[in-house]
Structures are given as C-alpha cells and as structure tokens.
Design a binder for this molecule. Sequence first.
Ligand code: MN
Length: 307
Amino acid sequence: MLKIKVFGHKAPDTDSVVSAIAYAWYLDEIKKQPAMAYVLGEINKETSYVLDRFGFEAPPILDKVVAEDKIVLVDTNNPDELLDTIKDAHLLEIVDHHKLVGGISTAHPISITMRPMASTASLIYTLINPELHNLSKEMAGLMLSAILSDTLEFRSPTTTDEDKEIAEELARLAEVDMSELASEMFKMKSDISHLDAEGLITMDSKVFDIHGKQIRVSVIETTDTTPALAMKDDIKKGMVSHAESNGLADVLVFVVDILNEEATLIVATDEAKSLAEKAFNVKIENDTVVLPGVVSRKKQIIPALQS
Ligand SMILES: [Mn+2]
C-alpha cells in the first residue's frame, strides 16, 4: 500500500520538517494510516541539529508527486511554496498556521485545520492529544524545537499563551531545559560560514505578491548580525541577480537579530528602497535600515509591505 506523503514548504525550516515527521508519526502509529514524512529541499543547520539531538533521520527529499500519491500538507497552504506537480496528487488534508492564500482546489472534500498559533507543531500537539498517546521523550523534544524555532524562543509577536503552555509541557515530557535548547539551536542557525550570497538569500525565503509585484522576502535569523552584514555588498549583488534570473520584481533581505529583537533591512534597488520607506515609515540613507522590534515576517514584515 502506498504510504501517505506528509510534507511542508520548500526551503524547509525546522517547523515544516518537524511537523511533517510528527504528523506522519501520528497518522501512521496512532491513526493506523501508513504515512511517511518528506521534505521539499535541503534541511538547514538548525534542523539538522535538532534531528540529531533527538535521534531522528532527515526525511527524504521529494521532487515530484503523481496522481496515485495521497498527500498531507503541513505548515503551508500556498501552492507557490510547493511542487509544480502538486495539483496532480490526491490531497487529503492541510494542517497549517499561515494565512489562507488560496489557489489549491481538490476533487474531493478534505480536512483543513488552520489556527493562528505560532507554529504548526503547536497545532499538531493539540490534534495529537498527547495524554492519550504517550508522546515519546524524543518526539516531545523535537516538537518543542519547532515551537522555539518559529517563536524565536517566544520573542516573536506570533506567540500565543497556548504556544507557551504547550512548549512548557513538551519540555517537561522531553526533560529538556528550554533556554539551553534554544541557545544551541540559535547558535546553529547563526552559523552562515558555509553559505554564499545566493545561499543566504534562499535559506529562509518566500515569494509574496506585494502591490501586484512578485517579491522574494528573505530573513536571516541570527544571534550575531556581523557576519551577514559583512557580506552586504555580495548579498546586494546576489539580490539583483536572483531577481533577474527568477523573474521576480525584487528581493528584500532582513537580517533579524534574535536577541536584540530588531531587523536590519538590506535594499539593493531604488524601487525596494521606496517600497520599504513607505512600508516601515523610515528614511533609508544608504542601503540598510534598522527596524527596532521587527522579528516576524508573518506578522510584521509582510503586513507592512502589503499595506
Ligand atoms: Mn511554521
């Protein structure tokens, strides 16, 4: 029997990978519906670290789906963040915490669970009902990692009281010190020494429709902005060439300082500059501007750019 394929968005982050693993486990072990987790691209250093720490294998990379495939989407409902062949497959379910973007249609009724929580892992926790299902220490640790990653250890304004309560419960089950885990994760996330400008631009990145233009909005979350900002000139060149070769109107890069809770925006074109000046109500002298308090693409950056 063909297993259900569970996966999240392209440029997978910790929440999308962990959510695929956790939900595939739930379908497979608890609901007795054979399922397996996949990813749509290389996993990042933070995600490798938490998989390793809690004893999980990286899910295999999926590069296409076919008509026979039964699929479940986690941590996205956006066809632009999925495979081109996605409409060919038999979609069973969506579990997500992003805004509803539309564009996916199905031939059959499907289950959709979407809530404004800070991570898909938090939402999956509420669906799994862990009291009944004896979540393993390892799975609890993994799911906790996803919440810490998406909330930047509760600094992001997306964080709800429920996310915090769930994280505390998972930390108890996993017997893990949350702040120790978060600081190890952020250390891994902040290591960009293996990445060139294109790697930095696409590491944590999504394309949005902003006033009718397709614009890539990239974030580099770090506890030390120095290495990324030292590469600013290379990054700017990379932003222009990435936009050109991918048919995009522009690329914006936000270097997010997790600990000081601010973002440094890098702009490479006059259009990006005037878009950002209006969106954030700032004057950009040269090619960067510091935006105090800005850490969340979902809740702060995109709404400002689209307003
Ligand atoms: Mn997420």
